[in-house]
Design a protein around this ligand. Sequence first.
Ligand code: ZN
Length: 336
Amino acid sequence: MTNTPSPVTATVDFGVYGVQHGHLQLPWSRDESAWGSVMIPVTVIRNGSGPTALITGGNHGDEYEGPLAILDAATSLDPAAVSGRIILIPFMNAPAVHAATRTSPIDGGNMNRAFPGRPDGTITEKIADYFTRYLLPMADIVLDFHSGGKSLDFLPFAACHTLEDKAQEARCRAARDAFCAPFSLQMLEIDPSAMYDHAAESQGKTFVTTELGGRGTATPETVAIARRGLRNLLIHAGILAGDIDAAPTCHLTQDDAACFHFAPDAGMVEFTVMLGDAVTCGETLARIWPLYHTGIEPNVITAQTDGLVMVRHHPGLIRQGDCLAVLASETGPTKE
Ligand code: ZN
């Protein structure tokens, strides 16, 4: 890992007790502001002794449940009820949040494919590097909120990954289950190497991620899941006083890559299943109709495995190679 200092500076002092609202400030020189900055809001709440939680939303700029839950926590958490430290960052990729896009409008950077980042890289890589070398090392437990953004819609779930270190995996699973989302997933990633998840897990952190809805918006139900989950996770970590607001959860797992379904051709999607539907291998998931001709049969996409529909493409048009649907298998709670 590089020794080059990060160009990011924090206007808060992470060692100070009490509540601080400030920014992570990153120089961004451009036509309209020669010595300007990217400003990423941050709240630090420290009281007593205890672990540190690092809570992020806006890793992708078009996902809203996490930022809304974190903004609420930053205004409402009682520091007297805290034992330890909570670092709240609702807009991790702030330029993407401002543009309401998944990736940064400055450099096209996808924050969750930019890790570990570089102090001398693009704006997105510089933010990622600050998380890798400055913020993650301070944390014991890490929660990174995601939702489907403008192009996907998810069953609301909290997730963790299968890890080589089984004790760490058990810690992550316990934190995920304490979140009490309607669904709890043992998650399989398509391309994990440059993800924030991997950066946190490779530093031995207890890491939980979520997918809480999508379609480029949030609902009262999904925001309530995010708020309850954040509070539950902080109580589980021993940082926040109170009782976990328990709720039933359905445990899901992704056994292999057959659960992922991609569009073989572009067109107009006619889904024949809804989120949460149980399907069997060979059952039709969707028909993709051609956009430039009539009289042509649609491309019928069938399930490659049994499972619940966990993710659906959104909105109505799809491009070749887009993720159409993902299935997950229902399972009992994973045993340690
Ligand atoms: Zn995301």
